[in-house]
Write a new protein. Structure first.
Length: 201
């Protein structure tokens, strides 16, 4: 069994549907909303060597089986709720900063730029002057490979400007990665320097 951490995705729609059925089966009863369990950070939780425990009445999901895809209606409702929540946040921020204009909409070039910035920071760019850069070369490789996946999956589906931006960014981060790995290889091949001799009086 692998010791690699796994992410567990919990489909909360099943739990909600079961609760609604229980509430409807009891005549005259008001819906009971259970208190939400505290989840630090929210989102998927990291599970490390933790055995899965499933209720007896639920069949265990086959290994590698994907969660149920949301319906078109669920996706529309969730998108509308997300947009309303984002708008409330922007209204609060703009009320506290009247000089700030409306935020521009996010597009494909913003996504590519985000990957570019992440890869360059992982390769040590942006360090404060006088500080030693912190390099996460394996993280940079993952980010660059994700950009490659994005280029592969969007081939033939981008505008000329979008494709040019993506190909230029991929070229730049791959070149930076090769330069950095060449430097690391050279340092690894050099024999360790002996400590300077100590002078005695």
């Amino acid at each position: 069994m692998s010791d690699k951490p796994k992410f567990e995705v919990i489909d909360r729609r099943k739990i909600k549907a079961e609760e609604e059925q229980e509430n409807q089966s009891q005549p005259g009863s008001q819906p009971v909303i259970p208190p939400a369990a505290p989840e630090p950070g929210g989102g998927p939780r990291l599970v490390v060597n933790e055995p899965k425990s499933a209720p007896e009445d639920l069949e265990p999901e086959a290994e590698g089986e994907l969660p149920v895809t949301p319906t078109a209606k669920e996706s529309r409702e969730q998108k509308a709720a997300y947009d309303a929540s984002a708008q409330r946040l922007e209204d609060i921020v703009r009320a506290q900063n009247p000089a700030m204009g409306a935020q521009p909409s996010i597009n494909f070039e913003n996504l590519v730029q985000q990957f570019y910035v992440s890869a360059m920071i992982q390769m040590g760019a942006g360090a404060q002057e006088g500080q030693r850069p912190r390099v996460d070369i394996l993280g940079a490789r993952t980010t660059i490979d994700l950009l490659g996946v994005l280029a592969e999956k969007t081939r033939g589906n981008l505008t000329e400007a979008e494709d040019k931006t993506l190909q230029t960014v991929l070229f730049e981060v791959r070149m930076a990665f090769m330069e950095l790995t060449n430097m690391i290889s050279l340092q690894a091949m050099q024999p360790p320097q002996p400590p300077p001799p100590q002078t005695t009086r």
